[in-house]
Write a protein that binds this ligand. Structure first.
Ligand SMILES: [Fe+2]
Length: 336
């Protein structure tokens, strides 16, 4: 692959293109400052203007949310798995259609996986901006189900959600098209049919950064790079222990910890491998070139491409890795 071809698979944090009008709650006071990103795959945005950075189907979607202090992402539910990895900031996740079923606070490096058909919302509770990576299952994660109050609030601000997922802005004079239909608002009865989780069940969906060393292996047989299981069942082929969240997601999530200057052996993978750099500088090296990533950058390594990852400074590097499928193969080692 040429340097240009690989560069097309890299999204730099500094170049992320936000959409501030992605969803029905985009005008609602308290939620109107959120920025939504679709980094890999179309995500679940309701606004066709949302920019998709990489449209190669992966079997999962990578997105992001950036919010100023106090900003709320309203209660909603998905048809597929939704996992958040806190890149920076302090966040509160709340469950239930009125955000009253239970809550948990997360900080940088913590992960939460929220099961399907559960209402969830999240708020930046820190004193500066916060950024989350989000992983959604499937090539098409389907549509969002909003809690009843979200429809009521949106109507006050002139927004109507259509059946096909589009948004109509009546404050700009837009009307529901003749061939379109407004989405019936979620009723209280509908909302009550979704799963309710207890605080204990919620704790089983969270992995703190401090717990990750317990579930780690030396990836190339030495302590230069450890891989820690977060999401995914025990995998004999890879010699990986189970993550805390073992139910099928259609993808799995791991955490890498590099010693300063460490370089992996050249190797390839049979699955999509997406790298989310948490801290430090990390080089991606392939036959045709190399590129360097920094915190917040996202790279998707092509299936079967022989690659090396190199910690590029004397602080080491931390990254989160998302790979396709529920039962990945072990990497294939290439000749040095
Ligand atoms: Fe979501």
């Amino acid at each position: 692959m040429t340097p240009e071809e690989v560069a097309n698979r890299l999204v730099r944090y500094a170049e992320l293109r936000p959409c501030t009008t992605a969803f029905i709650d985009t005008r609602t006071r308290g939620s109107d400052q959120k920025e939504n990103f679709t980094i890999i795959g179309p995500g679940v945005a309701e606004n066709p203007d949302q920019y998709v950075h990489i449209d190669i189907p992966h079997g999962f979607n990578i997105g992001g949310a950036r919010q100023p202090p106090g900003c709320i992402n309203s209660q909603h539910s998905h048809e597929t798995a939704e996992v958040f990895i806190v890149h920076f900031g302090r966040w509160k996740f709340s469950l239930g259609y009125e955000a009253s079923d239970g809550e948990v606070e997360l900080g940088p490096g913590d992960t939460i996986s929220i099961p399907v058909h559960v209402f969830r919302g999240f708020t930046n509770i820190g004193d500066g901006p916060g950024f989350l990576f989000a992983v959604l299952g499937g090539d098409d994660p389907g549509r969002v189900t909003w809690a009843p109050y979200v429809f009521r609030e949106a109507k006050k601000y002139g927004l109507i959600l259509l059946e096909d997922g589009g948004l109509i802005d009546t404050s700009k004079g837009e009307t529901v098209p003749a061939d379109g239909a407004a989405m019936p608002p979620t009723t209280e009865e509908d909302a009550r049919r979704l799963r309710r989780m207890t605080a204990n069940e919620l704790n089983e969906c969270v992995v703190r950064i401090t717990e990750l060393d317990e579930r780690s292996v030396e990836l190339f047989g030495d302590d230069g790079l450890t891989e820690s299981a977060i999401i995914g069942a025990r995998n004999e082929d890879e010699g990986m222990p189970a993550g805390k969240m073992t139910w099928p997601h259609g993808f799995h999530v791991r955490r890498w910890k590099f010693k300063p200057g460490y370089s992996t052996h050249p190797h390839s993978r049979d699955e999509e491998e997406v790298i989310l750099v948490q801290s430090g500088r990390l080089k991606y090296v392939w036959e045709g070139g190399e590129l360097e990533m920094q915190a917040g950058d996202v790279l998707t390594a092509p299936i079967a491409q022989v690659r090396q990852y190199v910690s590029a400074d004397d602080e080491g590097a931390i990254a989160y890795v998302v790979r396709g499928g529920d039962s990945p193969s072990r990497y294939t080692r290439a000749a040095n």
